[in-house]
Design a binder for this molecule. Structure first.
Ligand code: TA6
Length: 287
């Protein structure tokens, strides 16, 4: 996606403009440290490129930007649950319209905060009062924090994931490491050597990963790191060929240049009493 080609609809500051991409409103950050695009639909980071480096975040060339379905690629915000714990899969946050709360900037980068609160629409799928905030810090690295607050009077259980799609040179020359000694796949626990390479579909929930997970990308001759907090799992996903072909919003061979490394609460195990907050975060760096 060439962010410079998108038509500008408003200028918010020296570094932040608003533009439109098909049916969605996008914040475009162009700063000496990095460029990024962030959709208000889903509070979704669409792109992040530190100055002088290749894109760090992968976006599907067939992604749907109509605002009618979740966007394939970027950093979907899966909340208030991960996966198929309830309907819709991965929660409703990634297909909700968020509100721009704040933008700030200095010589190190730009900070953008977006919020979502409960409404009659969210009560239809999840009958709870809440406030959610996504804080994105675009600079040499990309930091994304998801703050969940229980604004009701009864306890709530939340899970979710910052479902980051990383842009890599070649999946067959990529290793993800520091993943710990156990993963869950299709509901079954397996011992793990702590690394994974890819020659078939990988869809694993690593329950004991280190704080920083390393993605060694020989294709682009670079190393990406993903540092997580507030999570209880790191999910690693590559759909491989057959699943890519079956998905309408992925090109058949697109699995070759992406891998998801996700900061996740995979089991809705965060219990928030009235007024409590929880922060799930991820920091993505490129070396
Ligand atoms: O995080 C991995 C995963 O839950 C996979 O099981 C896979 O289906 C993927 O997310 C994408 O889910 P989506 O609902 O976006 O098609």
């Amino acid at each position: 996606m060439d962010v410079n080609q998108l038509p500008t609809t408003a200028v918010l500051s020296d570094y932040v403009t608003v533009c439109e991409l098909d049916g969605i409103k996008v914040l475009r950050v162009i700063h000496p440290k990095a460029t990024a695009t962030i959709s208000l639909f889903g509070a979704h980071v669409l792109s992040f490129q530190p100055s002088g480096k290749k894109d760090v975040i992968w976006m599907s060339e067939k992604a749907d930007f109509s605002g009618n379905k979740a966007i394939r690629g970027g950093i979907p915000v899966c909340w208030p649950w991960f996966g198929k714990a309830a309907e819709p899969s991965h929660g409703f946050a990634r297909s909700s319209e968020w509100t721009l709360n704040e933008h700030r900037e200095n010589e190190n980068g730009v900070i953008i905060s977006l919020t979502l609160a409960d409404s009659p629409d969210t009560h239809d799928v999840w009958p709870h009062a809440f406030h959610a905030e996504i804080i994105m810090e675009v600079g040499d690295t990309l930091k994304v924090g998801l703050v969940s607050t229980n604004t009701g009077n009864t306890p709530i259980l939340v899970g979710g994931a910052l479902h980051t799609y990383l842009n890599i040179g070649d999946i067959s020359k990529t290793t993800v490491s520091q993943l710990g000694n156990e993963y869950i796949a299709a509901g079954v626990r397996h011992p793990s050597g702590g690394n994974t390479e890819f020659d078939q579909e990988v869809d694993r929930i690593y329950t004991h990963a280190e704080e920083t997970v390393v993605v060694e990308d020989l294709g682009y001759q670079r190393r990406l790191t993903v540092t997580n907090h507030g999570h209880n799992a790191v999910v690693v996903w590559n759909p491989w060929k057959d699943l890519s072909i079956s998905m309408g919003d992925m090109a058949d061979n697109s699995y070759e240049t992406m891998v998801c490394v996700e900061s996740a609460v995979h089991d809705r195990s965060v219990s928030l009493e009235a007024g409590d907050k929880h922060i799930l975060s991820t920091v993505i760096a490129c070396q």
